[in-house]
Design a protein around this ligand. Structure first.
Ligand code: IPE
Ligand code: IPE
Ligand code: MG
Length: 246
């Protein structure tokens, strides 16, 4: 990998990552699964900084899915303790790099301490104007789509919207990701750990995303790997259903 191979004018604007493989990373080292989540946090820091330096505008990280509550209570509890540890350490660096924190997902259902840490990070970085670091927390794409449907159905029921005016655009503008405007759809979706599935992540938004599956476990995924992924992305030809390369 030669970082000079990156075309700085064609860096994906929105990169979304399914950060997978923390548990397997730990198991391979005969460590408890939570040790993998701890190391995974360091990867978040490294990749966030790398993405911001490359000029990515929005980095969406899948941190906890609506299905992850099924895991053993001890593991869930540990994962829920991570935001405060992470932000306590990382906020000064985020501010120094002009990175703003946001979230998608049903954060109101998170434990109070976790929610407070996430809210504080958003508040502390609200004036940053560089990359947006968006954590998907208690996020599930099907839940997001159902919530959007309910919002639209309510508008129709209250005579505020005509059924004929329900369009892709209207649906899009009622999704949680609409707060990111033009950036709402990822250009590039990365999943580490070798699994090749979506696991209920951004189903609507990835209609035309490029998918890159990486064999490394998330704690083993480093800045150079990320740069290689960007180079791989730049060799793809996105057509959006048309014929011309874009
Ligand atoms: C991803 O790593 C982190 C979360 C889902 C919170 P995993 O915990 O899924 O690790 P594996 O897939 O079991 O190795
Ligand atoms: C997806 O990983 C969720 C996150 C990375 C937060 P999972 O490990 O939960 O997905 P499955 O169970 O392998 O599909
Ligand atoms: Mg997993």
């Amino acid at each position: 990998m030669n970082p000079a191979d990156i075309d700085i004018n064609r860096v994906p604007k929105h990169v979304a990552i399914i950060m997978d493989g923390n548990g397997r990373w730990a198991k391979k080292k005969h460590l408890p699964r939570i040790a993998g989540h701890k190391r995974g946090m360091e990867t978040v820091e490294e990749i966030t900084t790398a993405a911001s330096n490359l000029g990515v505008k929005l980095l969406t990280l899948y941190a906890f899915s609506t299905e992850n509550w099924k895991r053993p209570e001890k593991e869930v509890k540990y994962i829920m303790s991570l935001p405060s540890t992470f932000f306590d350490r990382f906020i000064p660096k985020l501010i120094a790099n002009n990175i703003q924190v946001k979230t998608i997902g049903n954060v109101d259902q998170l434990p109070a301490k976790t929610l407070a840490a996430v809210r504080k990070a958003q508040e502390d970085t609200k004036d940053c104007t560089g990359m947006v670091l968006n954590f998907a927390l208690n996020y599930g794409s099907r839940a997001e789509i159902v919530d959007t449907t309910k919002k639209i159905a309510t508008l129709v029921k209250n005579d505020q919207l005509d059924i004929d005016n329900i369009s892709e655009q209207l649906f899009n503008s009622n999704l949680e990701t609409s707060k990111f405007g033009d950036l709402s759809d990822p250009d590039l979706l990365i999943r580490t750990s070798g699994e090749e599935r979506i696991s209920n992540f951004l189903l609507w938004q990835i209609a035309y995303s490029e998918f890159i599956f990486v064999d490394k476990m998330w704690p083993d995924y480093h800045e150079d790997d990320f740069k290689q992924t960007i180079i791989d992305f730049q060799s793809r030809h996105r057509r959006f259903g048309g014929l011309k390369n874009k």
